[in-house]
Design a protein around this ligand. Sequence first.
Ligand SMILES: Cc1ncc(COP(=O)(O)O)c(C=O)c1O
Length: 416
Amino acid sequence: MQASDLLKIAKTYGDPVYVYDSEKIVSQYQRLTNAFKGVKKLKLNYAAKALSNISILRLMNSLGSGLDTVSIQEVELGLLAGFKPESIIYTPNGVSLEEIEKAAALGVRINIDNLSVLEQFGSKHPNIPVCIRINPHVMAGGNSNISVGHIDSKFGISIHQIPHLLRIVDLTKMNINGIHMHTGSDILDIDVFLYASEILFETAKNFKNLDFIDFGSGFKVPYKTGDIETNVEELGQKLSAKFNDFCKEYGKELTLAFEPGKFLVSESGFFLAKVNVVKQTTSTVFASIDSGFNHLIRPMLYGSSHEILNISNPEGRERYYSVVGYICETDTFASNRRINEISEGDILCFRNAGAYCFTMASNYNSRFRPPEVLWHNGEAILIRERETFDDLIKNQIDVKNLFSKKEMKKEKATAK
Ligand SMILES: Cc1ncc(COP(=O)(O)O)c(C=O)c1O
């Protein structure tokens, strides 16, 4: 899609606004599928947490994707979007047994990541097959907050606890139908995937009734033209070969599963925001936009560096700017970035705004969450409206009578 399309969308729907290009989502889905054409059974389960708008979920479903979910609400959203229960895998962390039972009652596949719940669930529901999330103890991922497969991480069942795990399976007579890992996000080095896969294959040999092995996700995507990314084609070749060898040894054609979030939607997204103020200080030129970490928290949360383009003045002379938000804490999107000359009123476009942007947005500072627009077949389709003041106060209960002058007087009198 062109900058002129984005400017038109900002004009029609106002700003800030998120825009998603369906064509990019489809091509990323096809690219990953193609990279693993060497395995007989491949299943991509889109990680709903990355971008969970129901229209995006419907697009994923139409492509043949399954759905990776982490909360009962994501499960319910997936069902509403038309996914069959068996196409949904539920991988929660630290949730109650009751929530897991609720998901199981809806017929989705269950992935358990701790021994306590595994034992309780297996004792009560030995007939419901369960996948187990393994912590292979590998350090992977682009930032410590998104590295989740190391020894100090809260995620997964440690590979050192396999004997305990096997005792639980044996005693409860439960059926383990899948083995899963997810070690982090922004993993550039394919050797990390390959190394962790060996651990998973070793673990898998302990279970006789597996249907699938789920290698999680964590593919690093480019954040600007020419940026480094995970070589999924090379990974596809190497991991497929290892997987096929394992299936031969195991004696059954298993499904190779992934649950990509960022890979499928990150690059499809653009976040558009207007510059309210250009402020020259003694050291910096700030461009303050009509947004903040309430709409895009990733740079502050884990240092993600979104490319920022001035689509209102793409030919302007490049100057250095610090792009900041309007929030009452420091919310710096970029420090001293070269951007085409910015004037107040210009529209800035943040790239890679498809994954973990809207889904992490909040009403902090009592601001509205922006609308979402899908760019599909050359047409802009509104898929979420901008919030209004009514949305802000919808669930609040106004106890104005409690603090009325009359009531306060009464309270004072009784206190005397
Ligand atoms: C269990 C699990 N699977 C998949 C994903 C998706 O990862 P990514 O967005 O890096 O593809 C995540 C991300 O946090 C996750 O926690």
